[in-house]
Design a binder for this molecule. Sequence first.
Ligand SMILES: Cc1cc2nc3c(=O)[nH]c(=O)nc-3n(C[C@H](O)[C@H](O)[C@H](O)COP(=O)(O)O)c2cc1C
Length: 401
Amino acid sequence: MKNLLNKKILFIICGGISAYKSLETIRLFKKNGAEIKTILTKNAKEFVTPLSVASLSHGKVYSDLFSIENEAEMDHISLSRWADIIIISPATANTISKLALGTTDDLASTVVLASDKNIYLSPAMNVRMWEHPTTKINLRKLKDFGYKIIGPEIGDMACGEYGEGKMSDPITIAEEIDKYFLTKKNNKKFKALVTAGPTNEYIDPVRFITNKSSGKQGYELAKSLSKEGFDTTLISGPTNLKTQNDIKLIKVETADEMLVATQESLPVDVAICSAAVSDFKIKKKYENKIKKQETLNLNLEKNIDILNYISNHNSKRPKLVIGFAAETNSIEKNAEKKLNKKNCDWIISNDVSNKDIGFNSDYNEVTIHYKNKSIKKEKLLYKEKSEISNEIVDRIIDQLN
Ligand SMILES: Cc1cc2nc3c(=O)[nH]c(=O)nc-3n(C[C@H](O)[C@H](O)[C@H](O)COP(=O)(O)O)c2cc1C
């Protein structure tokens, strides 16, 4: 397990009978060079002691949300920022339920909700608890949020029953986390380019043509790519959105500027054109502010098509070119048409006439149209744009590997 060396792991132990096994998982992480900080839920302390966890992890053990000493040293937000990854093991039915609901009534749940890191869960519980529809729904939700789940296994349980719900072995958990860091390291060799937001096409020095694109989906895609280790460049039209430091952000205003930034950012392995580039621009921009008048005819010309430019590039065409199709009618048909006409590999279509998923919404529902795959299209149902991004990026990783 070479990939655990110097990795910062925030290990959360919940109050389940298999909490004792987490001591072995922590030992394995430590043996392979990881740095560990641990949070014990209040109930976890009924099963393992902070002293044994501290001795094995050689790291600090946290438990209390309202600890003056801990807040002063490393507050609950910094704790999540410190980590490269968060693991909850064992994850009890109770904690899974709290995370699915966004309940933050202790240190563990608060840190997880405040986290922007990848989170792994290894659930462990009685077979009836595991099979209960509530647990199933909660797990489904967490998977949709991007949580990764390890196990559980089928076997004999501490309570004497038999079935699914037994926590995966420490070695399985440690190897899965090692694999995560390996994938992330491999992804580092990939360069990604995302375009996002609208463009402003100036009529005169103070007026322009634009559209309602918020850029949210593109920003989330850049975030997901970066989280998975991609060397990510985001070329953004005018938005109010913020992004994290590990994403190279290039701010532009017009389609022409976006094209220059794109040209300068190639070559990349994957390009995602989610920007709503204005289809038209003013043929000859007025040098001075236009004076009030009864009527004004604007002479528009076709703008540069950046998606087309990238996917037909002679020497620098990325391995994977993905376009977006924001449509208000005949969505599927228009998307298929765009896929063929633009020579890209995937088109992701969505219905922007639907206010719940259109511009500026935090939610989306999209269909991915594939060019060279046996399945021709795949629908990602209504969920947050961040979750849609995680799902798209999972598919990108599969494709590039
Ligand atoms: C002896 C004993 C063993 C338990 N084992 C489990 C378990 O394996 N999985 C689980 O989900 N809950 C288990 N529970 C119930 C949890 O301890 C309980 O739901 C608690 O509220 C979990 O708190 P936490 O999620 O904040 O750690 C067990 C309770 C007892 C008394």
